[in-house]
Design a protein around this ligand. Structure first.
Ligand code: G1P
Length: 295
């Protein structure tokens, strides 16, 4: 059995420019799908598979993320006094266990690879997960759970992938597939945001990674790639020369909540999963579609 995945790096330094003005004073990771912030979905996904420590790579104006996972004494006391036990229990469940979160700053927006490198000292010499919080997967078991089950059998490095419309390849990292290994494939290549004509497939990286610590010295070299940024994709390509790398097709659907369409779709999908909301929400949505002549 390979070394367990105990730590997850969550890059949260991005400015969220695609969601202005909502994200002017509030981190994009606090945008809500139904009533839970994006960051809560990904922390829950990871805690469900035994991740013990979260390394948030933050930036300026992200302090509220730290507060979100802390105890809120006044709020909890008020809820307790009012007998709102369900809400209180939920707050307690959602917060991070003591000592389970570290926060480190990416001081300049030098790319995703640089953000992950900022976590190197805290992660240390062990395999780890990277979770991009604007990508919200829906599936049971969760995306990271499916990947870790594969990792426990095959070890190595892996990324989750899903099919995108061929016209969308320039928005994502795109992989090329080799032979099947269990329910994944050997990865043959990876290209960051290729034009459709240059894309090796239409399978895009959905923002979940399992990486060996040997990625860190490669990131430390600081080589610039697509968009002049230090790309995790480039370092992974180099790691692929010496270590096994798998592309893991996620059995489920990922919502790209960094885009308005994906974010709105996620809200619809997750609202329809809430027992207390589903029927009324569906009726409301049908009526709205009808009134807009879009049914
Ligand atoms: C990053 C990765 C890309 C991946 C994408 C998923 O890009 O570099 O490979 O497909 O996340 O959201 P970004 O969205 O940070 O530009």
């Amino acid at each position: 059995m390979p070394s367990p995945i105990r730590k997850a790096v969550i890059p949260v330094a991005g400015l969220g420019t695609r969601f202005l003005p909502a994200t002017k004073a509030m981190p994009k990771e606090m945008l809500t799908v139904v009533d839970r912030p994006l960051i809560q979905y990904v922390v829950d996904e990871a805690r469900a598979v035994g991740i013990e420590h979260f390394v948030m790579v933050t930036g300026r104006n992200k302090g509220v993320l730290e507060d979100h996972f802390d105890i809120a004494y006044e709020l909890e006391a008020t809820l307790a006094a009012r007998g709102k036990t369900a809400a209180l229990e939920e707050l307690k469940r959602d917060k991070a266990p003591a000592g389970a979160m570290s926060f480190t700053r990416q001081q300049e927006p030098l790319g995703l690879g640089h953000a992950v490198w900022c976590a190197a000292d805290i992660v240390g010499d062990e395999p780890f997960a990277v979770i991009l919080p604007d990508m919200i997967p829906r599936g049971e078991p969760g995306c990271l759970a499916q990947m870790i089950a594969h990792y426990n059998e095959h070890g190595g490095n892996s990324v989750s992938v899903e099919a995108c419309d061929p016209s969308e390849t320039a928005s994502y990292g795109i992989v090329g597939l080799g032979d099947p290994v269990g329910d994944s494939y050997r990865m043959t290549t990876m290209v960051e945001k290729p034009a459709p004509a240059d894309a090796p497939s239409n399978l895009y990286i959905t923002g979940r990674y399992i990486l060996q610590p040997e990625i860190f010295p490669l990131l430390a070299e600081g080589r610039r790639g697509a968009g002049g940024e230090i790309q995790i994709t480039d370092a992974m390509l180099r790691l692929m020369e010496t270590q096994p790398f798998y592309a893991f097709p996620f059995k489920g659907r990922t919502f790209d909540c960094g885009s308005k369409l994906g974010f709105l779709a996620a809200n619809v999908a997750f609202a329809l999963e809430r027992e207390e909301l589903a029927d009324d929400f569906a009726a409301e949505a049908r009526a709205l579609l009808k009134a807009a002549g879009k049914d």
